[in-house]
Design a protein around this ligand. Structure first.
Ligand SMILES: [Zn+2]
Ligand SMILES: [Zn+2]
Length: 164
């Protein structure tokens, strides 16, 4: 486990975000992708980009990217989130997350029978749950949560939870 450096990495978010920004158009131009970790389709309004072991990968949602950290123990550096409502890229350091609302688009796709590391999935576990949706500001996150339930938190504090 390298949790301390994971936390440090998150604190460096703005600089990393700026670097990721440069690659955004290139990444966006690629054809519709499936999630690096779970192979579910990447929905445009939940697209999450993170670096793991120096490799930049696309995830179906922030919950899936953070599950990757818990499973692999490798630092997962989220570089790009997507505003759920406007489908625009946002920097993680500024994003707010609605956690565990009643909306989880990933779960409309069956989880694969085997994880990408070939280990059988434990029954009852879903790497995309509880759902995490990203928003560009606290106000839009709160108005979403008032309609769909869930808890509003700054992305940085959620990520710290997984790094603690
Ligand atoms: Zn996924
Ligand atoms: Zn997902």
């Amino acid at each position: 486990m390298n949790r301390r450096s994971f936390a440090a990495t998150l604190m460096a978010g703005p600089a990393i975000g700026a670097a990721a920004w440069a690659g955004w158009r290139f990444v966006q131009a690629r054809s519709a992708a499936s999630c690096w970790a779970c192979t579910r389709p990447v929905h445009d309004h939940m697209r999450t980009v993170a670096e793991v072991n120096g490799h930049s990968a696309e995830y179906c949602c922030p919950a899936c990217a953070l599950s990757e950290h818990r499973q692999s123990g490798s630092p997962v550096k989220v570089t790009v989130l997507t505003d759920y409502l406007t489908i625009t890229a946002i920097q993680p350091a500024r994003a707010f997350i609605v956690q565990a609302s009643d909306v989880n688009p990933c779960k409309s796709h069956a989880a694969p029978a085997v994880a990408s590391d070939k280990q059988p999935l434990r029954s009852g576990f879903d790497r995309c749950s509880p759902s995490m949706l990203a928003f560009r500001d606290e106000a839009s996150a709160r108005s979403f949560a008032s309609a769909h339930g869930g808890t509003v938190v700054a992305f940085n504090s959620v990520a710290a939870e997984y790094a603690a």
